[in-house]
Design a protein around this ligand. Sequence first.
Ligand SMILES: Cc1cc2nc3c(=O)[nH]c(=O)nc-3n(C[C@H](O)[C@H](O)[C@H](O)COP(=O)(O)OP(=O)(O)OC[C@H]3O[C@@H](n4cnc5c(N)ncnc54)[C@H](O)[C@@H]3O)c2cc1C
Ligand code: FES
Length: 509
Amino acid sequence: METLSVWRGTAASTGYAMLAGDVTADVLIIGGGITGVTLANLLAEQKTANKPRVVLLEAGEIGCATTGNSTGNLYETVSGGLREIASRWGADVARQVANERRGAVAFIEERCSLLPDVGFRRCPLVQWADAAHAEDIRKEFDALAAAGCAVQRGGAVPAPLPAAEGEVLVLQSQAQFQPQAYLVALARRAAEAGAAIHEHSRVIELDPKARRAVTATGSVTAKEIVMATHTPLGVHLVHTEMPVHREYAIALEWTADAPPGPGTFWWKGAEHLSVRTLEAGGRHFLVCAGQEHKVGIHNAKAGLMALEEQARKHFGGRPVTHRWSAQNYRGADALPYIGRDHSGCFIATGFATDGLTWGTVAARLIAAELLGHEASFAQLVRPGRLSPVKGARNILEENVLVVKQLVKDYLTHRQGEKLSELKAGDSAIVEAEGETFAAWRAPDGELFAVSNVCTHVGCKVHWNSVETTWDCPCHGSRFRPDGTVVEGPAIRPLKRKHAPPLGDGSATA
Ligand SMILES: Cc1cc2nc3c(=O)[nH]c(=O)nc-3n(C[C@H](O)[C@H](O)[C@H](O)COP(=O)(O)OP(=O)(O)OC[C@H]3O[C@@H](n4cnc5c(N)ncnc54)[C@H](O)[C@@H]3O)c2cc1C
Ligand code: FES
């Protein structure tokens, strides 16, 4: 199944050269999502004499991982609810979070005023629920009001959105943009201001102590390294604290005058649904996102199909123009991890599905620290913090899941069809000649066989039928059928294996 987000499908492309040779820099930023590009922009546009020399290395193309596969909504609250932050950390921290995020949205608005049109618009965020979740909305209203957010009770939500069975909560003056268009334009400004940006330059070796990163075509040695990679590369304590989920999104053909009009619409029912509209290149779209699942232990095709079914139920049989999905990492105590960690590098992660704003917050905090004036909010989100009420239950539940996954993988007796029976487009875990293979047969018949042991810390990978990747349930690393890394903390590829003679292996899908 082909997947391409409406954002990547409608934004201009980039075209930065690969890194060539060995270079030095003051700051190396790894990752060209909203965190990395915003940071590059902030540092490169410094007018001071000690303006840092910045190099940004992006594994694929600018925006290709999460930012260009998001839903483009900007808001001062968080999708898990400000009440969760208030209950863990207290009302004052919830207020600080809303203030910091409000400031980041205003910062994006100010940057957008300097860029070509990237679809920025102010609009309300509307939240409502079915009867079973109506109490959550009522409590959220109280938490938002206590945090100083300008929240109001609204009337009915416009059809064809699902009807409200309780209060409707309206947070005025939130925002939306075209995230990929924003990133492309912001990266251009950063490059014009002197940042050296390199695409198709994946870091394949990283030595945090020596502050050196190596790609297939060169290396960068820097005074500081910022891992703006959504989850930090290599082994970090935060990995054990962050559940990893994938969420799906689709765009439907829409019309200019069809409701719901401008706004971010979050419905909480048995299944969560996020809806917004978009105008791009004279075409109109309705974007729906939902069906969140734990990475590596779900049926991706079923998730996407369920979202399409949900959209059909509410919005009729409009043609689906784009399908995509992306990953999110949730901080265990409802806050992200931003700052220098034990590796000596800066990290920025744990954004849940709120990282267009958190990524901007992170870039501003890290830029401030690199330029010698740390902001007080940085203390609250620093990695390795001690939380007043740590998300112990979440961590425990997630770690039990991870351990179960390891045990299941090692103990499952695998039996099934012969490798020779693996059809074009099919995947299987195969045991043959004392070895285990993660095998996939391409549509043209070519067989790819790799180790099924994740190169991060050794969990077993599982097939993702929508994106044709091997996904790791433990900390979210993903690999192509040939073993190369797509995303996640793993740096090294899955080991290529020589397939046994056809017919020798037994397989399970
Ligand atoms: C379906 C979905 C919808 C969402 N919608 C919203 C929303 O409406 N609003 C909101 O605020 N948030 C939303 N989010 C969350 C938000 O999109 C992310 O938190 C945010 O984009 C993260 O930005 P980032 O720059 O940290 O990471 P990314 O955008 O993932 O950028 C990291 C970059 O690092 C690169 N990289 C990784 N490894 C290497 C390496 N070894 N070498 C070089 N480069 C490397 C990657 O290729 C990637 O481009 C959504 C998330 C999902 C899953
Ligand atoms: S991502 Fe950590 S073991 Fe696979």
